[in-house]
Design a protein around this ligand. Structure first.
Ligand code: IVH
Length: 721
C-alpha cells in the first residue's frame, strides 16, 4: 500500500481510533474502576476492530487490544487510594523467593509473574453464537456450565499447602500480589488439608483461580457511607471490589467485606480428569465453589441452564453478568488449546443488560463542569436491576434526532456498567393494532418535534457547538453556576488541592450564600462565615480552614491541574510545570513553546493561552498568589538545601497529600538527613502520612519514636519548629 492510500484509507483511521478508544476504556475499567463504556459496546467495538485488522494484516500490532487482555496494573500517574501496610509484604517477597521476577508497582504491591498466563474469555451474546461454538467441539463432549461472577479475577498460590500469594490478573503475564487483602476473606482457606486428602496432588504448588467480589449488600452499604462522606460513588459492585482489593490498608478491606468464588485449578499432578471433578475436590478441601456448577450434555441442557439463571440470578446476593461454558474433559481442553487472549475450550455467554420500556415525560438539561449541556430523560419511574430509575441520559442532540425521540414517547432504558442509566431506543410508532403487543401509550399522538435549546438552561448564554463534537456547550465559563461550582469542586478535589471538609454540598451551600463565587474566594473564607451556616458549625469550620491552610503547600504542578484549564489533566500539568517552573513563565508561553512539550497538542496550547488572556482568571491567580498558594516549583523556589536534618535517621511511611513519598525522601537527603526503611531505637522520627502501617506505628510507640505529620515536617524545614 502506498503512502497516499495509507493516509486516505478510512478503515486504517478507524483501526487507530478503535485501538485508542478501547485502550482508554480498558484503562477506565481496570485501573480507574470508573467504566465509561458498557461491556456490550466494548465487545461490539472489539469485534469491529478484529474484523478490520483481519482485512488489513499489514497493520498487525501486538499491542492492539485484540491481542492482549486489559491490565489492572497501576502506573505512577493513576495511583488512586494509597496506603502502606502492604509494603512489608512486598519487602518480604522481594527478599525471599522469585526476586528476579518482582518489581514494585507504585502502590507498593509486589508485581509477580504468573506461572500460567491469566487469560480472558471470548464473549457471546446470543443463542446462535453459543450453538456455533458447541458445533465446533468434538461430538458428545460434556460442557460444564457456571455462573460468570462479576468481580475481578484472582490467582491464589498454595506452596506446600500454604497460601503464599494472591495475584491480580494485572496484564495477564504479571499481577499485583494483594495477599494481605485476600487474607481478610474468611472463606478462603489459609492452607489445604493435603495430608488428609485421598488425592496425591503435588504438594509443592497448587493454584486456584476465581473471582473476588462484593455482595450487593456490602456494595450498597459502602456507597451509602461514601455518599455521606461526599466521596465519589462506585458504579457497581465490581468497581467497588476492584477499588477495595487495591487498597493498602487490610483493616479497611476487612471492614468492607470482600467475598470470593473459585472456578479453576492449575498446577502439576492435579487430581481428576475433568474440570467438574476438580472443582468438587476443591470444595471438599474447603474452597468456596459455587453450587450452581452443572455438567450439561446437550445444547438444550445448556440453554435451559442459561434461561434458568437469567431469571434466578436476580435472587443471588452477588452480581453475575453471564454464564461460562467450559469443556469438561481436561484432555479435550488441552487439544483445543488457546488463542492469544482466551482458551478455545471455554466461552462466556453474557446476559443482555436489563432494559425496560417506560414513558419519557420530559426532556431537561444538565450543564456539567466544562459547560457541556447533556439532555436528560425524565421518565415514568421504572424498576431496573434492583433500583427505581427516573432519570437517564439522552446523550446528545444527534442521538435524539436520529431516533426521533420526543416527549411523550415510550423509550427503552438500560443500566449498563455505568452509574447513569441511558436511553437506548424508542418504541417504533405503531400504525397497527394493540394485538401486536402494542401498549396504549404508543398509540398516543406524537409530541412536538425535538429541538435542542439555543440558550444555556442555567445562565441563558448562547450555546455553541464546536465543529466535530456532538456536544453543545455553554461558553460562559465564569458566569454559569454549575460551571463555577464544578470548577470549585475540581479545585478542592483530592488529586488537586485536596481540601478536606469542603465537599460539593458545602460548596453548593456557600455558593448560594454568596460566600464562594470563584476558587480564590475559598482563601477568603473566615471562621465566622462558615460557622454561622446552620449545617456547618464551629468544628467543621475549623476542619475546613485547616484543609485550606494545608492546601497552600500543594506543589505548583497540582495547582496548575487544580485551575481546571480545559484538557490540562494531572499528567499534562506535571509535564508543563517541568518546562515552566513558575506561573509567571507559563503565562507568557507561546503555542510553539507549549506544543514542544510532550502530550501538549495545539488545542491544549490554545486553551492555556486563552486562559491567561482572560482578565478574570488573572485576577483569580493574583488572589491565589497573595493567599500563599504555590505558583512555582519547589525545586526552583526552595529545593530545601540545608543541613537542618544532619544526623537524623528518618522513616517515611504512609500516604501524603502535599508531596509524594519519593519527593519527601529527596527532601530529607537534600537537607542532610538519612532515609531508613524500618523503625528502630536509632530512628529520629517517623514522617507519617495517612494510613501508616499499623506494625510500624506499634513499634514506634513501643520505642517511643516520635511520629510527625507532613505539615509539621515542612515547618521543621522552614525552621519554624
Ligand atoms: S474461567 C481460562 N469461570 O470472567 C479461563 N471465569 O471474561 C479463565 N469469570 O477473567 C476464566 N466467573 O475474571 C471463569 N465461572 C467463571 C467465571 C470467570 C467470572 C471472569 C474471570 C475472567 C473473566 C473473563
Amino acid at each position: 500500500m502506498d503512502l497516499f492510500s495509507q493516509i486516505e484509507d478510512p478503515e486504517r483511521d478507524e483501526i487507530f481510533a478503535l485501538r485508542k478508544e478501547l485502550e482508554q476504556a480498558n484503562y477506565q475499567y481496570y485501573v480507574l474502576n470508573t467504566p465509561t463504556m458498557s461491556d456490550y459496546d466494548f465487545d461490539q467495538k472489539l469485534r469491529r476492530l478484529q474484523d478490520l485488522e483481519a482485512l488489513h494484516p499489514d497493520m498487525f500490532d501486538a499491542n492492539s487490544p485484540t491481542q492482549h487482555v486489559g491490565s489492572d496494573l497501576i502506573n505512577e500517574d493513576n495511583v488512586a487510594e494509597q496506603h502502606t501496610t502492604q509494603q512489608r509484604e512486598a519487602d518480604n517477597v522481594q527478599s525471599t523467593n522469585n526476586a528476579k521476577h518482582i518489581t514494585r508497582s507504585p502502590k507498593g504491591f509486589a508485581q509477580v509473574a504468573h506461572k500460567y498466563p491469566m487469560l480472558s474469555l471470548s464473549n457471546t451474546y446470543s443463542q446462535e453464537e453459543v450453538e456455533e461454538w458447541l458445533e465446533k467441539l468434538p461430538e458428545g463432549v460434556e460442557i460444564v456450565c457456571e455462573l460468570k461472577f462479576d468481580g475481578l479475577s484472582i490467582s491464589l498460590w498454595y506452596e506446600n499447602g500454604i497460601l503464599t500469594k494472591a495475584l491480580t490478573r494485572g496484564d495477564g503475564t504479571k499481577g499485583d500480589n494483594v495477599i494481605e487483602n485476600i487474607r481478610t476473606i474468611s472463606s478462603i482457606p489459609q492452607s489445604i488439608p493435603i495430608a488428609n486428602s485421598q488425592y496425591p496432588i503435588a504438594k509443592n504448588f497448587l493454584e486456584l483461580r476465581g473471582e473476588v467480589l462484593l455482595s450487593w449488600e456490602a456494595f450498597e452499604r459502602l456507597n451509602k457511607e461514601r455518599e455521606a462522606a461526599e466521596e465519589p460513588l462506585f458504579a457497581n459492585p465490581r468497581n467497588a471490589a476492584s477499588g477495595t482489593l487495591k487498597l493498602q490498608d487490610p483493616n479497611e478491606v476487612a471492614r468492607r467485606g470482600l467475598d470470593c468464588y473459585l472456578y479453576y485449578m492449575l498446577g502439576e499432578n492435579l487430581p481428576a480428569n475433568t474440570h467438574y471433578d476438580r472443582l468438587q475436590i476443591a470444595k471438599q478441601w474447603g474452597f468456596p465453589i459455587s453450587d450452581a456448577v452443572k455438567v450439561c450434555h446437550s445444547l438444550e441442557e445448556v440453554m435451559d441452564y442459561i434461561h434458568y439463571w437469567d431469571t434466578e440470578r436476580k435472587n443471588l446476593p452477588v452480581a453475575t453478568d453471564g454464564i461460562v461454558l467450559k469443556v469438561n474433559d481436561l484432555a479435550t481442553q488441552e487439544e483445543l488449546g488457546y488463542t492469544a487472549k482466551s482458551p478455545r475450550w471455554a466461552i462466556a455467554y453474557k446476559f443482555p443488560a436489563e432494559k425496560q420500556l417506560t414513558r419519557l415525560n420530559a426532556i431537561t438539561y444538565q450543564v456539567g463542569r466544562t459547560g457541556v449541556v447533556t439532555p436528560v430523560a425524565n421518565l415514568e419511574p421504572v424498576q431496573l436491576s434492583g433500583t427505581t430509575v427516573q432519570r437517564a441520559t439522552l446523550h446528545n442532540e444527534d442521538f435524539i434526532r436520529q431516533l426521533d425521540i420526543r416527549e411523550g414517547d415510550m423509550v427503552w432504558v438500560e443500566k449498563g456498567g455505568e452509574i447513569i442509566p441511558k436511553v437506548i431506543g424508542r418504541e417504533a410508532p405503531l400504525s397497527g393494532s394493540l394485538e401486536d403487543g402494542a401498549s396504549a401509550y404508543s398509540l398516543e399522538v406524537k409530541g412536538e418535534e425535538y429541538t435542542f435549546p439555543t440558550n444555556c438552561p442555567e445562565c441563558g448564554a448562547n450555546l455553541v457547538r464546536i465543529e466535530g463534537e456532538a456536544a453543545w456547550r455553554c461558553p460562559n465559563e465564569s458566569g454559569c453556576p454549575p460551571q463555577i461550582k464544578g470548577k470549585m469542586e475540581h479545585f478542592v478535589s483530592r488529586k488537586a488541592m485536596n481540601i478536606d471538609g469542603l465537599g460539593s454540598e458545602t460548596i453548593d451551600l456557600l455558593y448560594s450564600q454568596g460566600l464562594l463565587k470563584n476558587i480564590a474566594d475559598i482563601y477568603a473564607l473566615t471562621q465566622e462565615d462558615i460557622a454561622k451556616q446552620e449545617r456547618l458549625g464551629e468544628k467543621s469550620a475549623q476542619n475546613m480552614l485547616a484543609g485550606i491552610e494545608a492546601s497552600k503547600q500543594v506543589p505548583w504542578a497540582r495547582v496548575l491541574f487544580a485551575l481546571g484549564i480545559r484538557m490540562v489533566g494531572e499528567t499534562t500539568a506535571k509535564k508543563i510545570t517541568r518546562r515552566f517552573p513558575s506561573i509567571d513563565q507559563l503565562q507568557w508561553a507561546t503555542v510553539e513553546q507549549l506544543t514542544a512539550i510532550e502530550d501538549v497538542g495545539e488545542q491544549i496550547a490554545k486553551n492555556i493561552i486563552a486562559y491567561f488572556n482572560d482578565l478574570g482568571n488573572l485576577e483569580i491567580i493574583n488572589r491565589l498568589r497573595e493567599a500563599g498558594v504555590q505558583m512555582q516549583s519547589i525545586e526552583e523556589e526552595q529545593t530545601p538545601q540545608s543541613d537542618i536534618l544532619q544526623g537524623k535517621s528518618i522513616v517515611v511511611s504512609g500516604v501524603f497529600s502535599l508531596h509524594s513519598r519519593d519527593e519527601y525522601k529527596a527532601i530529607i537527603e537534600a537537607n542532610g538527613g538519612k532515609n531508613v526503611g524500618s523503625v528502630s531505637k536509632k530512628t529520629s522520627f517517623i514522617l507519617a502520612g495517612e494510613n501508616m502501617g499499623p506494625e510500624k506505628r506499634k513499634k514506634a510507640e513501643s520505642l517511643g519514636v516520635e511520629i510527625i505529620t507532613e505539615e509539621a515536617f515542612l515547618a521543621i524545614l522552614k525552621g519554624e519548629k
